[in-house]
Design a protein around this ligand. Structure first.
Ligand code: DGJ
Length: 722
């Protein structure tokens, strides 16, 4: 962080490869100056914001304010919308003070800059926080909005950050983001940013499968943009698991783009009483000139080193078995013991009982809310099963969906008012369930105590926390009117607080976040959960695309992936795929098995055991290494992903052939990330010539030639420095 400006009125944040600069104009407004590559000299960076923001005739241009409030001639997305007690809905922020700090913990140098702005007239204080992780090229931003007056005020929008991208002298901006639906999460969507406003958002009460709080922007010139390995890319992601919004305001001549990200202002309001403050979620930005792959690796390293809960951040994720695809709701003491015995035999490390173990849960129409063990299915409780799982040398895990209630449950019969509702409206059911109103302190406390009790009473090592419906009719009738639109935000605050408290009380438990598939894949969840369920679609070929999309933003050590029956139990695609391909697809994340192991032949047990052994050997590479997307599965008959160890001495390459036509030859795959001067030996099914030790530079230049056979063929190649 450089404060060398003569007047102390601008700040330069230099990271390893990128830099960010902002400053105060003579009026006291905080303006954005620069976000791009790191330049050789401090004096290279602009001394001002690029354009006049206050020329009435240039209204159509985007202003350069760092945190533009709803005021004056600003017609793009405001970062802040306030109604003061006297009805004024206009905010005019001026710079007040600055504070900086620096520290160098083990995860690398971090600097913090806090700029305090105040409204010209009203005692509204806005603290803009910037924290940088120089080694990761990551800038975190959030805002604290404080009411220093003796009157309440209402926040109507309080975003985390506005990102100003530079004006382009030629070309246009392009956006890459993640869309989807159930069983098809994190689909990559890439489109030239249209002029005007584009909104990416969730209004479902969860970050959602349909859109992900993340996007990447690159420059399009002559129709071509950045690639995996080349080109300028900006990326942003929001640490929030509820309703969110990323608004993109784009103008032409010159091309300019502003990204505004934060909690969605849809159905949002927050009463700030005298003396209170509101802290927005963190929004991060990263910049690179080395393409989408480098942007993803910045995000991955940042999550591994900074975001993920520290307790297990660098621990190997255990290989789990999960009961869901094998037996669905019909879990019981007998079938779980049978499965556990088989699981231990093939080398599973964590045995998980999914949905169906509690209350009167025989289908999705009953039981949610009643978190006591179903005595018909487990006549002696869970303890004997847990003991057996532990005796078999595995950890024990359990599924819960604590924010939900079925109308057919003891909890709902006792507390129908605990679900979100409007008294005059019918309550909408999705998957036969309602959402508990965690904005209510009594409900949040009940959920906390219930889970605390469950974890205290049982030797549980892992929890899978599910969330299977969207929020609708967000009525909170007992709250004062002015507070009612705080519900979705308070819900997420309570969700986070419960998980944080439980983690503190039960520090040895590993946590997986899930939302009817991958509906809660976001940095807010990943700050509290060790891993994330990626999709209910475990078809190994569909997964290649889902996982590629997931990898744009999130690292492999968080991406839960199962080997499941073929064809899948949900009849997804009805395709039959070899065990090898299914394993290879799932081995690119946190490996799990969902197959019904009771049906495995001795041959299948041997194959599964060998592949699990192989995963254990390469796990450090997959979970801690740098990921390179070598060939995309989208629209290609082949795909390939490579992982390289942090020291660059070993690497694995997964190669897939989705279809084979006309005896077509397998692709040549060009490894990345190897050290050019080291010699590597290649092992695995590849051409003989590739197996002679070659330098990293030679491998990258000549490529490797994997052997792949027929439809759904796959190969796993190892490169080891010699
Ligand atoms: C949805 C999850 O995504 C599945 O993995 C499974 O846990 C079911 N819920 C259980 O109801």
């Amino acid at each position: 962080m450089d404060l060398s400006d003569a007047h102390g009125q601008c700040w330069l944040i230099e990271m390893r490869h990128s830099a960010y600069k902002l400053g105060i104009n003579p009026e006291g407004r905080l303006l954005h100056y620069y976000w791009g590559p790191r330049l050789p000299f401090v004096t290279d960076y602009p001394l001002n914001a690029p354009a006049q923001y206050d020329d009435v005739h240039l209204q159509r241009r985007l202003n350069w304010e760092e945190y533009p409030p709803a005021t004056g001639f600003h017609f793009t997305e405001p970062a802040l919308k306030v109604t003061f007690a006297d009805g004024t809905r206009d905010v005019r922020l001026r710079f007040d003070t600055v504070a900086t700090s620096a520290s160098t913990p083990s995860a690398g140098k971090r600097d913090q800059l806090v700029l305090t702005l105040r409204d010209e007239f009203y005692p509204l204080r806005v603290e803009l926080h910037y924290r940088t992780y120089a080694d990761h090229d990551i800038l975190e931003r959030w805002a604290v909005l404080a009411n220093d007056s003796d009157q309440p005020l209402a926040l109507e929008s309080a975003l985390s950050a506005t990102w100003q991208l530079p004006a382009l002298s030629e070309g246009a901006y392009r956006m890459t983001h993640l869309t989807g639906r159930w069983a098809a999460e994190t689909q990559i969507s890439q489109t030239a940013v249209p002029l005007g406003r584009t909104i990416l958002e969730s209004r479902r009460g969860l970050s959602s499968r349909e859109a992900n709080p993340f996007c990447m922007i690159d420059e399009l010139r002559d129709g071509a943009g950045a690639t995996e390995t080349h080109g300028t890319v900006w990326a942003t992601a929001l640490a929030w698991s509820g309703n969110w919004k990323i608004a993109c305001d784009a103008v032409a001549d010159p091309a300019r783009l502003t990204l505004s990200a934060g909690i969605n202002d849809y159905d949002f309001a927050w009463q700030l009483r005298p003396g209170e403050h509101f802290t927005t979620p963190t929004c991060i930005g990263t910049f690179t000139t080395a393409g989408f792959g480098a942007a993803s690796r910045n995000l991955h390293a940042y999550q591994r080193d900074i975001v993920l809960p520290r307790a297990f951040a660098h621990q190997p994720r255990p290989i789990l078995y999960n009961s869901w695809e094998a037996v669905g709701f019909s879990v019981n003491d007998v079938n779980q013991r049978e499965l556990a015995a088989r699981a231990a035999q093939i080398g599973i490390e964590l045995f998980v009982v999914d949905d169906g173990w509690f209350g009167l849960r025989t289908s999705d129409s009953a039981g949610l809310g009643d978190w006591y063990v179903n005595s018909e299915k487990f006549p002696n409780g869970l303890a004997p099963l847990i003991d057996e799982v532990h005796d078999l040398g595995m950890r024990f895990g359990l599924w819960v969906e604590p924010e939900m209630v079925n109308p057919n449950s003891d909890l709902y019969r006792a507390h129908p008012d605990w679900a979100y509702h409007y008294p005059t409206r019918p309550r909408l059911q999705e998957r036969n369930q309602f959402v508990l109103n965690l904005a209510r302190d009594d409900v949040a406390d009940y959920v906390l105590q219930t889970l605390d009790h469950l974890l205290t009473q049982h030797a549980i090592d892992y929890i899978k926390w599910d969330f299977n419906r969207s929020l609708t009719e967000l009525g909170w009738p007992v709250a004062p009117l002015a507070q009612q639109r705080e519900a979705t935000t308070r819900h997420i605050h309570a969700f986070y607080a419960i998980v944080e408290t439980l983690r503190a009380r039960h520090p040895s438990v590993l946590w997986e976040v899930c939302a009817g598939g991958g509906g809660r894949a976001d940095l807010g969840s990943l700050a509290r959960f060790d891993q994330c369920w990626t999709s209910d679609n475990t078809d190994p070929y569909d997964r290649l695309c889902i996982q590629e999309g997931y990898s744009l933003a999130y690292p492999a050590r968080t991406m839960a992936a199962w080997v499941s029956p073929s064809p899948m139990s949900h009849d997804v695609n009805n395709g039959v795929v070899s065990m090898r391909f299914r394993f290879h697809s799932a081995m690119m994340g946190v490996l799990g098995i969902g197959d019904d192991l009771r049906t495995y032949t001795p041959q299948q047990i041997a194959t599964a055991s060998a592949l699990i052994e192989e995963y254990k050997r390469i796990r450090p590479l997959v979970q801690d290494g740098a990921a390179y997307r070598l060939l995309s599965p989208r629209h290609n008959p082949h795909s390939a992903v490579q992982f390289v160890s942090p020291d660059g001495t070993s690497s694995v390459i997964f190669v897939f052939q989705h279809r084979q036509h006309y005896w077509q030859a397998p692709p040549v795959v060009y490894p990345q990330g190897l050290r050019p001067d080291l010699r590597y030996a290649l092992t695995g099914p590849a051409d003989e010539a590739d197996q002679l030790p070659r330098s990293g530079a030679a491998h990258a230049q000549l490529g490797v030639h994997p052997q792949l056979n027929g439809h759904f063929g796959s190969s796993l190649l190892h490169l080891q420095a010699v």
